[in-house]
Design a protein. Structure first.
Length: 235
């Protein structure tokens, strides 16, 4: 699904990624585990071209990821993001936030007017149902708790009907109980819908609990790769 070969990313004189080779299989829930500054964010940003790799090759379904406008449009349809700080629009309703996941799919004149076809509204509500927030659809998003906002973030990603979801520290701002709830929603949705997920985490407990496979990153390199059972305390 995603093939990464010899990926390097340099910021000035600083090498944030040093020769990353990684295959992500279709439908898997891959956790990228590592401390702050390891390069996890940079890895995700290179995959969806929010950052331009310095060198190396990234392919999705065998197609090289490129940065021309047409490739980026295709990439944005295939790949959805979930962020640590949710990136929801506070003053918009929950449903409107989720509908922004449909922006790539509707004619732009409709999205400027914030008019969405009935079909897209139905998709948004179905995604809200997956994170059990359908009863909050009409509320302003800034009235929700952090965990609920991240569930909106998940629903928005699902509304995009992506092949791949890249989640960058989705629970780093949440308490342990809420974190597990949020990761459960993400994992369950991805499993039911067959979406490939790459999820950055810095807590080993969650990596062990939710990762089907775990890649440990430190100092811009992969330092561990294995199943949750192979993960011991000192990654
Ligand atoms: P992580 O997500 O694991 O915390 P990041 O990928 O955000 O790690 O960052 C890896 C390293 O690259 C850090 O040392 C960070 O300061 C540096 N870095 C990230 N983005 C930039 C940037 N735009 N310019 C310069 N340095 C950056
Ligand atoms: P994270 O939550 O992934 O650790 P950061 O707070 O490190 O994120 O980075 C937030 C933003 O700032 C990102 O866009 C990252 O690329 C950029 N950034 C991080 N470190 C640096 C740096 N040393 N110089 C410039 N930009 C940076």
């Amino acid at each position: 699904m995603i093939e990464i070969r010899g990926l390097n990313k340099r910021y000035g004189a600083f090498d944030a990624l040093k020769g990353i080779d990684l295959d992500v299989k279709p439908g898997e829930f891959l956790v990228v585990l590592g401390p702050s500054g390891a390069g996890k964010s940079t890895l995700l940003r290179c995959i969806n071209r929010l950052a331009e790799p310095t060198s190396g090759d990234i392919r999705i379904d065998g197609q090289p990821v490129r940065s021309d406008a047409a490739s980026l449009r295709r990439l944005r349809c295939q790949v959805a993001m979930i962020f640590q700080h949710y990136n929801v629009v506070p003053r918009l309703s929950v449903q409107k936030n989720v509908l922004t996941g449909r922006l790539g799919a509707v004619p732009s004149v409709l999205s400027w007017l914030q008019i969405f076809p009935r079909k897209d509204v139905a998709i948004a509500l179905e995604c809200l149902r997956r994170v059990e927030l359908e009863d909050k659809a009409e509320l302003r998003t800034d009235t929700l708790s952090g965990g609920q906002k991240q569930r909106v973030g998940i629903a928005r990603a699902l509304a995009q009907q992506p092949k791949i979801i890249l989640a960058d520290e989705p629970v780093a701002s949440l308490d342990p109980k809420t974190s597990r709830t949020v990761l459960n929603y993400l994992k369950q949705a991805s499993r039911e819908l067959g979406i490939t997920v790459v999820c950055n985490l810095h807590q080993i407990d969650y990596a062990r609990e939710f990762g089907e496979r775990i890649v440990g990153v430190s100092g811009g390199r992969i330092v561990f790769e294995g199943g949750p059972d192979q993960l011991n305390g000192d990654v």
